[in-house]
Design a protein around this ligand. Structure first.
Ligand code: CDP
Ligand code: MG
Length: 687
C-alpha cells in the first residue's frame, strides 16, 4: 500500500493442537440439550441461536463438558472471539454443573464484565440482574438466585475477604488469565486454596476453570496440579503484517495518515481498529480524525470515529460493539482493552502504535508511575490477530522490525511490577501472610517487604516483623480502595470532613473532570477559571463537583463549562457508594464547610509517600526517594511553584510528571505523617 511499509509474516490459521479438539458436534445426552433449559424461550430468536452455533466453541461443547465434569480444574485456550466468555458459562448452566451454587466468571476489566453479562442475558432471553448478572466495583447487578455472575477479578477477591472458601460458587472461571492482572494472580492462589480446603473438609467441591487467549499453558498447568488443557480451534484468517521502515517520533501523525489512506481506498464496510495508550491520547485523536473526516465528507464514505477505553460510559462502549451502518466505516480508537477483553465485529485493519500505558512500581524508590512503554511480542501478535477474525485482514505496525525484535516476549505479570500494599492488606485480612502465600509467580520479596513497611506507616499493621492487622487496618480493608486512600477517608473521620474527602476520592477514582481537547481551548480555560483553587487540583475538583452537584440542568451545565458529564456522573455514583460504605461502618458523614486546610491535611495521612519539595534550582524532588519530578501541564498549579506539594500519581512520558497536585504546609506534615517521613523532609531542607 505504501513504500513506508514492509510486508512481513502472515499469521496463519493453525493454532496449537495439543489434545486437538474434536470437530464433531456429537450428540448431547438429552439432559444437556439447551432447548430443555428453563430459558429456552430466549433461544427462540433464531438469529441468536444461529450465531451461537456458529462459534468455534460450539463444535467442542460435548468434549468441554466432559472435561469439566471429569477434572476439578481445567484450562481452556482459544482465540479471542471463539466464544469462551459468552458460551462456556451457558453450557455449564444448561448442564446444571453448578448444581445449587452459582458460576463466577471473572474479568480483569469492568467494561468486559458488564458488556458480556448484557450479551449473555440477551442470548438467554432474560433481564440482566436475574439469572445472569454482573458485579463490578461500586455496582452490583445480581440477586440471590443469579446463576451466571460476571464480575471483575477485584470483586471476587473482595468476596473472598468475607468467605475465603467462596462457598457461594460451585464453579469459578478465571477468564483472561493470560492478562495476569494483580487480582487474577492472587485469585489463582485463593481458588486453589479454597478448592483444596473444601476437598479436605468434605465440603461441596469447587470446579475451577482458567480461560485465556494465548499463554504459557505449561506453567499454568503445573501450578494447578497438572490440570488438563483444552484447545479451541480459533477462527483466524491470515493477517498481512506491514511494518514501518523507519521509526516514528510522533506515531499519532503517522497513524492518522495511515487511517485516511485506508479510508480513501478500502470499501466502506471494512472497519479500522487503532491501538493507542490512554484516554487523553485517544480523545485528541478522535478530535483530529473527526476534523479530517469532515473535510473529506464528499470524497470518501462516512467515517464514524469511536473511542474505547475503560473509563468510557457504558452506552458509548456498547456503541463500538454495534454492527456498522451502511456506507459508513467505523474507526475505533482503543486502549489495550480491545486486545482480548472485547470482541469488535467488522474489523479488517488494525493499526498498532506498539505502545501501552502500564502502571509500574519501583520498590527501590517506592514510586508508582503510569508509564507509556513498548508492548510485548505476545501483545503485538494479539493485536494483529484482531484484523483476521472475520476474514483476511491487515495490520500496520507503527514500529520497525528492529524495534519489534527488541520487545519482550511476554508482558511481565502485574504482580511483579506493581505496588503490593493493597494485595498484602487484603491477604492479611484473610489471615494470610503474603510472604508465605502460594503465588504462581512470586513477587520479589523486596516488594512485599516494602508493602509491609507502607502498611506499617499507615498504621494498618502492628509492625513489619509482626504483620498483624490493627483495628485501623481492618477498617481500611473494608473499602474497595487503595489502602492509602482508605487511610485518607479514615483520617477525614477524625478531622470531621468525611463528605468532602469522600467526594475527592470519588473524583480521583474516575477520569478527568475538565474537557481540555476542544476547538475552543481558550473558552474552556476561561470557563474552568471560576472553579480554580490556588491550593491546587484537589480543591479545584471539589469545587467542580459541588457546582455540578447543585446544578439543575447537569448536561447543559457541563456543556457550558467544558466539563465531562460522564466522568462527573461516574464520580457521583462512586461518591454515593462510598458514603454508603461509611454509614455501614458507622462513620458519620461530617463536613468541614469551606475549610479546605483540613481536607489537604487528610491527604497527607494517606499520601505522605507522595510529597515533593521545590529545590533551589527550580525543580521538584520527591521526598525520600529524591526523584526529579515536574508538575503536569494539566494541573492548576502548573504555572506556580509552591515549596511543598502532594501528588496523586506520577506519569512518565519522557519526564516524570506529577498529577493531581496540591500545595501543602510543611507544618502539617509533622501533624499528619509518620515520624520517619518528617525526618526525610527535614533532611531535604524545607521543614
Ligand atoms: O471469550 P471469547 O473471546 O472467546 O469470545 P466471546 O466474548 O464469548 O465472544 C463470542 C462472540 O460473541 C463474538 O465474536 C461476538 O460475535 C459475540 N459477542 C457479542 O456480540 N457481544 C458481546 N458483548 C460479546 C460477544
Ligand atoms: Mg473472552
Amino acid at each position: 500500500m505504501d513504500s513506508k511499509y514492509k510486508t512481513g509474516s502472515l499469521i496463519n490459521g493453525s493454532s496449537p493442537q495439543k489434545n486437538g479438539p474434536s470437530q464433531d458436534d456429537g450428540h448431547l445426552p438429552k439432559k444437556f440439550r439447551s432447548d430443555d433449559s428453563p430459558h429456552s424461550k430466549g433461544y427462540s430468536n433464531s438469529s441468536i441461536n444461529k450465531h451461537r452455533r456458529s462459534l468455534p466453541v460450539f463444535a467442542v461443547k460435548n468434549r468441554l463438558l466432559d472435561e469439566i465434569n471429569n477434572s476439578p480444574t481445567i484450562i481452556i485456550i482459544g482465540e479471542t472471539g471463539s466464544g469462551k466468555t459468552t458460551q462456556i458459562p451457558q453450557y455449564i448452566h444448561e448442564a446444571r454443573l453448578e448444581k445449587a451454587g452459582a458460576i463466577a466468571i471473572t474479568q480483569p476489566r469492568r467494561v468486559a464484565a458488564i458488556t458480556v453479562a448484557l450479551r449473555v442475558a440477551t442470548e438467554m432471553g432474560c433481564a440482566v440482574g436475574h439469572t445472569v448478572g454482573y458485579a463490578v466495583r461500586f455496582e452490583d447487578v445480581t440477586r440471590g438466585d443469579t446463576k451466571l455472575k460476571y464480575l471483575t477479578d477485584g470483586m471476587l477477591l473482595r468476596e473472598a475477604l468475607s468467605d475465603n472458601l467462596l462457598m457461594m460458587y460451585n464453579v469459578i472461571i478465571l477468564d483472561e488469565a493470560h492478562e495476569r492482572t494483580i487480582h487474577t494472580d492472587v485469585l489463582f492462589g485463593i481458588v486453589k486454596q479454597a478448592q483444596s480446603i473444601r476437598r479436605a473438609k468434605n465440603f461441596k467441591p469447587l470446579k475451577v476453570i482458567l480461560m485465556s487467549a494465548t499463554m504459557d499453558v505449561d506453567h499454568f498447568s503445573a501450578y494447578f496440579d497438572d490440570a488438563p488443557i483444552v484447545y479451541l480451534q480459533g477462527r483466524q484468517y491470515p493477517v498481512d503484517i506491514m511494518r514501518t521502515t523507519k521509526s516514528h517520533e510522533d506515531y499519532n501523525f503517522a497513524i492518522l495518515v495511515t487511517v485516511f489512506q485506508i479510508h480513501r481506498e478500502a470499501p466502506p464496510n471494512e472497519d479500522i481498529l487503532v491501538f493507542l495508550t490512554g484516554q487523553e491520547e485517544i480523545e485528541a485523536m478522535v478530535f483530529n480524525a473527526r476534523l479530517v473526516a469532515k473535510d473529506l465528507m464528499k470524497s470518501a464514505p462516512h467515517l464514524r470515529v469511536l473511542p474505547l477505553y475503560a473509563a468510557l460510559a457504558q452506552f458509548q462502549q456498547l456503541e463500538v460493539l454495534r454492527p456498522g451502518l451502511p456506507n459508513t466505516r467505523k474507526l475505533i480508537l482503543s486502549t489495550n482493552i480491545a486486545e482480548t477483553s472485547i470482541t469488535i465485529p467488522g474489523v479488517k485493519y488494525v493499526i498498532d502504535s506498539g505502545m501501552v500505558k502500564l502502571r509500574t512500581h519501583n520498590p527501590m524508590t517506592g514510586m508508582d508511575s503510569l508509564k507509556v512503554q513498548r508492548i510485548s511480542k505476545a501483545q503485538a501478535w494479539q493485536r494483529a490477530g484482531r484484523a483476521g477474525r472475520e476474514g483476511p485482514g491487515t495490520c500496520y505496525r507503527m514500529y520497525t522490525e528492529e524495534e519489534y525484535n527488541k520487545m519482550a516476549e511476554m508482558t511481565v505479570p502485574e504482580i511483579q511490577r506493581c505496588n503490593l500494599s493493597g494485595v498484602v492488606l487484603q491477604l492479611l485480612a484473610m489471615g494470610v501472610n503474603a510472604l508465605s502465600f502460594d503465588f504462581m509467580d512470586k513477587p520479589p520479596t523486596e516488594s512485599i517487604m516494602e508493602a509491609m513497611r507502607k502498611l506499617s506507616h499507615l498504621n494498618a499493621i502492628l509492625s513489619v516483623n509482626h504483620p498483624e492487622l490493627t483495628p485501623l487496618g481492618r477498617q481500611m480493608a473494608t473499602f474497595p480502595l487503595d489502602p492509602h486512600y482508605s487511610r485518607v477517608i479514615l483520617a477525614a473521620w477524625e478531622m470531621g470532613c468525611v463528605e468532602e474527602v469522600v467526594t475527592l476520592v470519588a473524583v480521583l477514582s474516575g477520569e478527568n473532570l475538565r474537557v481540555t481537547v476542544s476547538k475552543r481551548r481558550e473558552d474552556a480555560a476561561a470557563a474552568h477559571q471560576k472553579f480554580v483553587s490556588s491550593t491546587g487540583d484537589h480543591i479545584t475538583n471539589l469545587n467542580i463537583f459541588r457546582a455540578y452537584n447543585s446544578a439543575a440542568m447537569k448536561k447543559q451545565f457541563c456543556f457550558d463549562n467544558f466539563l465531562n458529564n460522564r466522568n462527573l456522573e461516574y464520580a457521583g455514583g462512586v461518591r454515593s457508594q462510598l458514603l454508603d460504605l461509611c454509614r455501614h461502618s458507622n462513620i458519620p458523614i461530617s463536613s468541614c464547610g469551606q475549610d479546605s486546610d483540613c481536607i489537604r491535611k487528610c491527604l497527607i495521612a494517606g499520601l505522605f509517600g507522595n510529597l515533593a519539595q521545590l529545590q533551589r534550582e527550580g525543580h521538584y524532588l520527591t521526598v525520600g526517594s529524591n526523584q526529579v519530578v515536574a508538575i503536569h501541564p494539566s494541573s492548576v498549579l502548573f504555572r506556580s511553584k509552591p515549596p511543598l506539594v502532594i501528588y496523586g500519581e506520577v506519569v512518565q512520558t519522557g519526564r516524570c510528571y506529577m498529577r493531581q497536585v496540591s500545595s501543602i504546609d510543611p507544618d502539617w506534615v509533622a501533624q499528619m505523617a509518620p515520624t520517619e517521613f518528617q525526618r526525610k523532609l527535614c533532611l531535604n531542607g524545607a521543614g
